[in-house]
Design a protein around this ligand. Sequence first.
Ligand SMILES: Cc1cc2nc3c(=O)[nH]c(=O)nc-3n(C[C@H](O)[C@H](O)[C@H](O)COP(=O)(O)O)c2cc1C
Length: 400
Amino acid sequence: MRLKNKNILIGVCGGIAAYKVCELIRLLKKNEANVKIIMTKNAQKFITPLTLQTLSQNKVYTDTFESEYFYDIEHISLTTWADILVVAPATANIIGKFANGIADDLLSTTFLAFDKSVLIVPAMNSNMFENAIVKQNIHKLKSVGINFVEPESGFLACGVYGKGRYPENQKILIEIEKLLCSQDLAGKKVLITAGPTREYLDPIRFISNRSSGKMGYAIAEEAYKRGAQVTVVSGPVSINTYADIEIIHVQTASQMYQKVKEIYEQYDILIFSAAVADYRPKTTNETKIKKENTDELVIELIKNPDILKFVGENKKPGQIIVGFSAETENVLENSQKKLEEKNADLIVANNVLEEGAGFDVDTNIVTLISKEKVENLPKMSKSEVAKRIFDHVVTYLCKM
Ligand SMILES: Cc1cc2nc3c(=O)[nH]c(=O)nc-3n(C[C@H](O)[C@H](O)[C@H](O)COP(=O)(O)O)c2cc1C
């Protein structure tokens, strides 16, 4: 868990979305972060300090002149304590104060004294958000390195449709993680294949596999958090990911192959986690195959193109290739062979028969196999596996 033991200071302002920050606090606590809250005077008109105190399991700070904050030597100041300041929801008012160096309450004073990452989550009426002064203030703050989460468009509490809505808390959580995470993939372009493929027999029937795409998407999200520009060539999955990750949807192995072939040269790190069908039906009926009077139906299969092999054979200088190997026997032996034969730099091998590994679960048990070393990892979340893969890539393979 990347947020474990991180100190997150949240500034809550007097906007109608103030109640939504409760969910953010809950998510942060679930991720084992420490949370402290500053509320503006007006925020307390919308939700009570008691609610936020209970959720954060910490005292809520509201007053600049409380001795505890500035002078009590037994307490570390909030600015020193926090790893990041998140202002959510941020009103037009607080953004204006921040942009103009006004420090007339605890939150604006803390902002001026804060020298680590700041993330602002504006939420307001669309006219307020589109107001030229508010825009200028946001622009000014961005220009000095303050980070923002863009508000969403939709129906606002004031009854109008427009931009200004408080975004999904999950999205805010990811931006917090990104800001707290080392940006060791900044400037890198990462291409990932994910999910299953579908090999059609007719317009409505296909041969596929149990891949959910969870592993590939976890890899994409990890790369994004570490600063990479990320593209996923994805088979059919039901996963929503961050808007900043480019998703190219494909269905069949041939489509995936074509897409990868078309774009792979542009990428620095290529990770092939998709469960690509090895074979496809020799013919695909244009209309639905009808039930006949025969008891048997024989389907002839032909081999699909090998995406990993193609990229391995046509690898560009400096490219790093990571392949996945889903095995049911001789895992190490088969994966080492694959490393060599496919000209890969790293093979992530897993025995898909092990409980908690492989398809459609949130965990995986993998072995990282490279020329440098073989590393057996215990059962862990797919997000953690993704982290370990990039740790390996950065430590052993990238000439950063
Ligand atoms: C019912 C109500 C809802 C409001 N919602 C918002 C809002 O969503 N965003 C915003 O910027 N201001 C909103 N305001 C205006 C702010 O409360 C006002 O600008 C206030 O001075 C903000 O104080 P603060 O920034 O110190 O918390 C709202 C006001 C009221 C009465």
